[in-house]
Write a protein that binds this ligand. Structure first.
Ligand SMILES: O=C(CO)[C@H](O)[C@H](O)COP(=O)(O)O
Length: 213
């Protein structure tokens, strides 16, 4: 199980300390939410922040672009240190182009699905996909409750992977805590994105261990 603490829930005044804590506590990925105020009604980090934190961390930077037409901003995020870029299916008509750029630049290609987008839409890209991100909240804000409807969607993503003989990781984002993590794991998730349950915990190591168990 890969744990990907979501930086959006960290203390923005102490980002490097926050990142160092989860890195030392055994996280594998760092989930970095990028919001444009259009695709979601909120704003967050840009490429300049990525560049700053890249110098401080060796974690896999799992960049989640919650922005309209993400193809416009792929290059700066890759240049500033993304290891994987996940775009929303609903936000672009350019998945082929994005997959090609990710392959050329050696970064993982991810697609995120809004909670009401059918999992089957991803079928044409299963052979080039590295990460399928199943949203288990309305994108845009942390601290929301996990949507139980995500569980059968994770199962469907796993069944599709088997049927297509594909290799993508199934990631889940939103409301992930020790209880919901167990449901996600049973359903077939490989990556757990967790914001509040990690960064709002006093002891990050204990929080990550609880999720892993
Ligand atoms: O994608 C996101 C928001 O759109 C965040 O990654 C998500 O909110 C994680 O936070 P939490 O674990 O608190 O739900």
């Amino acid at each position: 199980m890969i744990l990907s603490p979501s930086l959006f829930a960290a203390d923005a005044g102490r980002l490097d300390e926050e990142i160092a804590q989860v890195e030392q506590a055994g996280a594998e990925y760092l989930h970095i939410d990028v919001m444009d105020g259009m695709f979601v009604p909120n704003l967050s980090f840009g490429p300049n922040i990525l560049s700053g934190i890249r110098r401080k961390s060796r974690l896999f930077f799992d960049v989640h672009l919650m922005i309209e037409k993400p193809e416009r901003f792929l290059e700066p995020f890759i240049r500033e240190g993304a290891d994987g870029v996940t775009v929303h299916y609903e936000a672009t008509d350019a998945l082929d182009e994005i997959a090609g750029i990710c392959r050329e630049r050696g970064v993982k290609f991810g697609v995120a699905l809004h909670p009401r987008t059918p999992v089957s839409v991803i079928e044409p890209w299963t052979d080039v996909l590295d990460i399928l991100l199943v949203m288990s909240i309305e994108p845009g804000f942390g601290g929301q409750a996990f949507m139980p409807e995500a569980v059968p969607r994770i199962r469907e993503a796993k069944a599709l992977r088997e049927r297509k003989n594909a290799r993508y990781l199934i990631s889940v984002d939103g409301g992930v805590n020790p209880e919901t993590a167990a449901l996600c794991r049973e359903a077939g998730a490989d990556v757990l994105v967790a914001g509040s349950s990690v960064f709002r915990a006093q002891d990050r190591k204990a929080a990550l261990e609880l999720l892993r168990r």
